[in-house]
Write a protein that binds this ligand. Structure first.
Ligand SMILES: Nc1nc2c(ncn2[C@@H]2O[C@H](COP(=O)(O)OP(=O)(O)OP(=O)(O)O)[C@@H](O)[C@H]2O)c(=O)[nH]1
Ligand SMILES: [Mg+2]
Length: 334
């Protein structure tokens, strides 16, 4: 058997504990070599689709994820959930509400749920999540990635996703301004949540539709109305997601989208760790780069070289400041 395939088969055979171990190895400060090799194999064998769920804190993302899981499972699809916490300092609370945890069946081998706290590490959230998403995508039919969508983390979730759902609570006022101004990255689908709260949600949905229609790019973004705990609107949302995913695959657009997003993701990791100079060096072609690798594999490959280059070029190395690294983690990178 192809050794790469064997690695993946082994991982699959090791069940949830093995998968959890592999993900932990990836999350380590210096990711384990074998885990990185696994990511490369997985990257070349995407099996499932990645659906990013983003939105403001408390928008109802986890509740939506909890409602999607049984519906996707009922379609015979295996599901993995990766909940990414962009804040480094959250006090270890469960990211997926207890409500959802209760609804999960621990015996279900077709369902895997994992929280990931993106610590302050070289490459940031994108790098921490990227490898994990690649692994999960190789093993599961659908990978749901939940992250709080504020500014950068919203882009980051887009970079690892094939489809993006934006959860919007009824009270999200300034969102309209962002949409009108074209500031907001537009997702594939918007879910106005908590419609059981009445007229406010209906108003929000109508206002969103109007704001979207007025956008100059004219992309048609469906606005779904959901009350996930009651299940209202969730079947239609699943249907729309499945249809969009199938369309993307049929037309081949998914490949182009993945390539483009992987490139953006790689460059973001470089920028976060090494700033604009790092990006310039990579783009100038003067740093040995391996485009066949996954974004995180590529990042690991170039970051060793960038460090050597950037540090090596210093005539007199700056004194180490209170144990901080000299390269990478530049304060200007964030
Ligand atoms: N009434 C009502 N409440 C909802 C609905 N969906 C979610 N909620 C409530 O809104 C709160 C936030 O829901 P979550 O699903 O945890 O939201 P989240 O976006 O995952 O939150 P963070 O992960 O903390 O950003 C919880 O108290 C939910 O019970 C809904 O459809 N109707
Ligand atoms: Mg949540």
């Amino acid at each position: 058997m192809d050794p790469e395939l064997r690695l993946l088969e082994q991982l699959k055979g090791s069940g949830k504990p093995g998968l959890a171990r592999a993900l932990s190895l990836l999350e380590a400060e210096e990711p384990d070599g074998e885990a990185l090799r696994l990511v490369e194999c997985a990257h070349r064998r995407p099996r499932g689709r990645v659906i990013g769920i983003t939105g403001a804190p408390g928008a109802g993302k986890s509740t939506l994820v909890g409602a999607l899981i049984p519906r996707l499972r009922a379609r015979g699809l295996t599901v993995a959930v990766l909940a990414v916490d962009p804040s480094s300092h959250r006090s270890g609370g469960a990211l997926l509400g207890d409500r959802i945890r209760l609804a999960l069946d621990p015996e279900d081998e077709g369902l895997f749920v994992r929280s990931l706290a993106a610590r302050d590490r070289l490459g940031g959230l994108a790098e921490a999540a990227a490898g994990g998403v690649a692994l999960l995508r190789a093993l599961f039919d659908r990978v749901l990635v939940e992250t709080v969508g504020i500014g950068q983390s919203e882009r980051e979730v887009e970079e690892v996703s094939d489809l993006v759902v934006l959860a919007v609570p009824p009270e999200a006022g300034d969102l309209l301004q962002f949409i009108k101004a074209g500031v907001l990255e537009i997702p594939d689908l918007i879910a106005v949540t908590k419609t059981d709260l009445g007229e406010r949600a209906a108003q929000a949905a109508r206002a969103l539709e109007a704001a979207l229609a007025a956008r100059p790019d004219g992309r048609r973004i469906p606005v779904h109305r959901i009350a996930a705990p009651r299940g209202d609107g969730v079947d239609q949302l699943v249907e729309a997601l499945e249809r969009s995913g199938a369309d993307l695959e049929r037309s081949g657009a998914i490949e182009a989208r993945r390539r483009m997003r992987a490139e953006a993701q790689f460059l973001r990791m470089v920028r976060e760790a090494f700033g604009r100079l790092g990006v310039e060096l990579v783009q100038s072609g003067s740093i040995d780069d391996d485009r066949n690798r996954s974004p995180s594999g590529r990042f690991h490959h170039v970051s060793a070289r960038l460090r050597a280059r950037l540090l090596g070029e210093e005539k007199t190395p700056p004194p180490a400041q209170d144990g901080r690294r000299q390269a990478g983690r530049g304060e200007g990178g964030r």
